[in-house]
Design a protein. Structure first.
Length: 395
């Protein structure tokens, strides 16, 4: 059996809304349906019935994104009911996992045209109540927020594994001697690059605003922030001597992204030139409390499988869960040119809607390679509970 080449024909995303912001009134299945519909509409030569499957990443799944949000997106987008959909969950890497699984199906000949993406509404993530161990308990019951992080933790898990995500970032700052000033400078640069990219129209080809919502640009970008403003913020996880703050961490967000993946036959059906070709991917595990360093080995493995090195990369989208986490990864890649990392800003500024972020990164790399005309790009994320995921693209 021959392995087929897999191409990214197009990639779209919503503007990323902030927690409780402009996209908060929009259900996650509606966000997902919107990007699927927009993606299909941008390729009018493609009969929607040709879509073999829809893969969507979703990190929560406890609220309106229940019951297989990928299939809901198909139906809400108005695609033929014959188009199936499957939802995947690798927490922060879910959107990229969806792209990788879709590409694998095409490469093996199981599909020819696939939509892959991700969605998250952290604003609308519900509180959940565990069932009591016995009927009619007399005492109070606890509601758990499903917005982010550990909840209903298995008591068999070692305590050092289940620290808050921000404390994990603090541990990485300790490990690599990353200062508060370095983290704030990284955050400031992220906001600056994102604001500049929007001002220069670099997101015009991929962002599709949600109808009826007044949000044309990523909502969490702070154009006017400064080192002085960032320095005034108090540590969020270690009150005494901590370095991780709300200003040098990614915020809570809402958004969706989708990509159109095809083989050679599917490419002819679209009548379009592809943005990029998928080369290879890799996933790795690490101690849960050091989740932020998950991409380190995943990136090395993906590059090795592709026969490429850091010197071959022209762009690299690394998800910025925390400035400390990103700086920790960069410290372990001394051969990487940091100037090619997140040239259009990263998640500290743009936002991190968990299930959508990986698809956003892959789409951004594809658009950047298309704009350049050639090159090798990489998308990578750290993942809560200790994993790293990476994808190599080429044009």
């Amino acid at each position: 059996m021959s392995i087929r080449d897999v191409y990214i024909v197009d990639a779209v995303r919503t503007p990323i809304g902030k927690f409780g912001g402009a996209l908060a009134p929009v259900r996650p299945d509606d966000l997902a349906g919107h990007v699927v519909r927009a993606l299909v509409d941008r390729t009018p030569d493609l009969d929607p019935a040709r879509v073999d499957d829809v893969y969507f990443g979703d990190a929560n799944g406890a609220g309106e994104d229940n019951r297989d949000v990928a299939r809901m997106a198909v139906l809400l987008a108005g695609l033929p009911v014959s188009v199936p959909g499957v939802t995947v969950n690798r927490l922060c890497g879910s959107g990229l996992e969806a792209v990788i699984q879709a590409a694998r199906a095409i490469a093996l000949g199981d599909a020819s045209v696939v939509v892959a993406g991700g969605v998250e509404s952290m604003s609308r993530a519900p509180w959940v109540l565990q069932k009591p161990e016995r009927a009619f308990p007399a005492g109070h019951q606890q509601l758990h927020s499903t917005t982010l992080g550990w909840r209903m933790t298995n008591p068999r898990m070692p305590a050092e594994w289940t620290v808050p995500l921000g404390e994990g970032a603090e541990l990485i700052a300790d490990k690599h001697g990353i200062t508060r000033e370095q983290q704030d400078a990284f955050a400031l640069a992220s906001h600056g690059k994102a604001a500049e990219a929007w001002a220069k129209g670099r997101y015009d080809d991929e962002v599709v605003p949600y109808p009826g919502v007044e949000l044309a640009r990523d909502e969490s970008i702070r154009d006017a922030t400064s080192m002085e403003a960032l320095a005034r913020l108090k540590p969020s996880f270690r009150p005494d001597g901590g370095t991780v703050t709300a200003g040098n961490s990614s915020p809570l967000n809402d958004g969706a992204a989708a990509l159109l993946l095809v083989d050679e036959e599917g490419l002819r059906a679209t009548g379009r030139e592809p943005l990029a070709r998928i080369r290879t991917s890799a996933v790795t595990g690490i101690e849960p409390q050091l989740f932020g360093l998950g991409p380190v080995e995943a990136v090395r493995r993906a590059l090795g499988k592709a026969g490429r090195s850091f010197a071959d990369l022209s762009t690299f989208e690394l998800n910025e869960a925390f400035a400390a986490q990103s700086l920790g990864c960069l410290a372990e890649w001394p051969e990487l040119d940091p100037e090619i990392v997140n040239p259009r800003g990263g998640a500290v500024a743009i936002g991190h809607p968990l299930g959508a972020s990986g698809a956003r990164l892959a789409g951004s790399v594809a658009h950047q390679l298309a704009a350049a005309g050639s090159g090798t790009g990489l998308a990578a994320l750290c993942i809560g509970v200790g994993q790293g995921l990476a994808l190599v693209l080429e044009r």
